[in-house]
Design a protein around this ligand. Structure first.
Ligand code: DNO
Length: 407
């Protein structure tokens, strides 16, 4: 596995030097300032490459930009409206420019309107560490009472609707604003940041777009871009819905293994692949990320390794929080064992893409992360700890004593 790390560019509080000290081998980044739908120019791409390649004192870092996360897919493409055809042409032009710059792995998502969603960005754990949390009742309070989406109350079980109404009544204005901010104003990496009014307008446009239609739009998009990616020797990888269930009455189509299987079959070429995010998929007890790795591993081109603890595992939708990397829903040892097996299989076939990039996804805020006001979910020390733990498992499982069963 290639140990990578997400870097948001020069504004990121975590520097290139910090990444190097965390033992990172490659960098995941994006041109967040380029508007969604526009072409990523060779100049902008090469500027970001130079920033990654240089330490604070000007010395070479030895690091390269290895994965794009994300090359955003516009709302127009998702809805097949407005400028969608021009946006697809631009997406393809960006692929050419990225390939010319030596970058082969491109992550994107097809979540309508909102990218990943949390209700609490700094939930205190007993140790004093903080983490992100999705509280189903808070989310219902937002949907029913802050966004005031017509019909919202029908989308939640009656006991959640009641609890949400009580919770909303107990919140002061500041708490209500904070909740709305956490949900819609954009978490790091989200392509857009919306006002409540924008969200209402976008939601209305999805009235006529249900699951099958949205899936059709994803497949049309992939039928256009995947053959080009294959020809250029690139790998596209779709990130799952986070959380992996419908929100705000919007269709969600990349939440389960069955969802992925449909899209992989519909455009059956290797360049059409998967970002296997154990944290996003793990927020549903009926998903099995290690099993997905075993069954769909051939198409997994990028890994996000993190863990969540489900507070109501018997429900398909519910509250969860981002736990430490080795504690929670996903058996991380089984997950890494499945990845290593896939890598061995690819190596035996002589594939050049045998080494799969992974990044320690998110981390709790601990030690000096606390109070640093970094990007939610992307602290230096919390992620470094996650990476160190994951690296320990990788090293142990790869050791001849374990690999050959002699231990
Ligand atoms: C959150 C991330 C997502 C992800 C995009 C991929 O930390 O995993 O924002 O980057 O959904 O397109």
């Amino acid at each position: 596995m290639r140990q990578t790390w997400r870097w948001f560019g020069p504004k990121d509080l975590v520097s290139v030097d910090d990444m190097l000290q965390a033992g990172v081998q490659g960098v995941v980044s994006a041109l967040h300032h380029v508007p969604t739908g526009a072409v990523w120019t060779p100049e902008e791409i090469s500027l970001r490459q130079r920033q990654i390649a240089t330490m604070k004192d000007g010395a070479p870092s030895g690091l390269n930009w290895e994965v794009v996360e994300s090359l955003p897919v516009s709302e127009d493409i998702k809805k097949q409206k407005g400028d969608w055809k021009a946006h697809i042409v631009n997406w393809k032009t960006s692929l050419h420019h990225l390939r010319d710059a030596g970058i082969e792995v491109i992550c994107y998502n097809f979540m309508p309107v909102l990218d990943w969603t949390r209700t609490d960005l700094a939930w205190r754990r007993l140790t004093g560490a903080t983490c992100m949390r999705f509280d189903f009742t808070d989310f219902a309070a937002f949907d029913i009472h802050i966004l005031e989406r017509p019909g919202a109350a029908e989308d939640f079980p009656p006991e959640i609707v009641e609890a949400a109404t009580r919770r909303f009544a107990e919140m002061d204005d500041a708490a209500r604003q904070q909740l709305a901010g956490n949900v819609v104003f954009g978490l790091p990496g989200a392509a857009e940041s919306f006002t409540l009014e924008d969200v209402r307008q976008h939601l209305a446009e999805y009235d006529a777009i249900r699951e099958d239609k949205l899936r059709g739009h994803l497949i049309d998009f992939l039928a256009e871009v995947s053959p080009l990616a294959e020809e250029l020797g690139m790998r596209l990888c779709c990130h799952p819905d986070d959380p992996p269930f419908p929100l705000l009455g919007l269709p969600r189509i990349m939440s389960t293994e069955a969802d992925y299987a449909k899209v992989m079959e519909a455009v059956d070429i290797r360049a059409n692949g998967i970002t296997l995010c154990t944290g996003s998929l793990g927020a549903r007890a009926d998903n099995d990320p290690p099993g997905m790795m075993r069954r769909l591993g051939d198409r997994v081109h990028f890994l996000h390794l993190r863990n969540v603890t489900l507070e109501t595992p018997e429900e398909p939708r519910g509250s969860f929080f981002e736990d430490e990397h080795l504690s929670g829903q996903t058996d991380m040892v089984a997950m890494i064992a499945a990845v290593l097996a896939e890598e061995r299989r690819r190596k035996a076939e002589g594939r050049t893409d045998w080494e799969i990039p992974m990044r320690p996804d998110h981390g709790q805020d601990i030690l000096d992360d606390l109070g640093r006001k970094g990007q939610p979910g992307y602290p230096a020390i919390g992620r470094l700890k996650g990476l160190a733990e994951l690296r320990g498992i990788m090293t142990a499982l790869d050791h001849p004593l374990v690999a050959e069963g002699a231990a």
